[in-house]
Design a protein around this ligand. Sequence first.
Ligand code: SF4
Ligand code: SF4
Length: 128
Amino acid sequence: MSLSMVRELLRTLLKKPVTRKYPFERRELPDRYRGKIVIDYDKCIGCSLCARFCPAIAIKMVFIESEKGRKRKPMVYVYRCIFCGQCSLVCPRKAISYSKEFELATYNKEELVVEPKSSEKGDSNGTS
Ligand code: SF4
Ligand code: SF4
């Protein structure tokens, strides 16, 4: 080992690590961080723009039954999502936002499906 290597080794041994001890030390996420998608189904008018513009084909329009009749709503397959933000940009009702949830690894894909629901009584899902 050369002298310069020993000098470098000693220098770095005395320094604090530059990495964080994740998951014990976490950094604060920015306000506009795009984590798991959140849809306000009460604001949604079922226009399908989010599904049409999603480049990852992560959104599918499905029908739900409610007291006010049959409605089209988006179902999101989060495991396909690339967190590009396109769906929230095109939504005319600003019904799509993002949580700060990013630890999405799971053995069960179904946990990563955002299903339509609304506050209206009598809603039930049915795929289109
Ligand atoms: S963030 Fe992008 S990839 Fe994810 S659902 Fe929206 S449009 Fe699709
Ligand atoms: S773009 Fe917005 S309003 Fe239209 S279906 Fe998607 S979430 Fe609903």
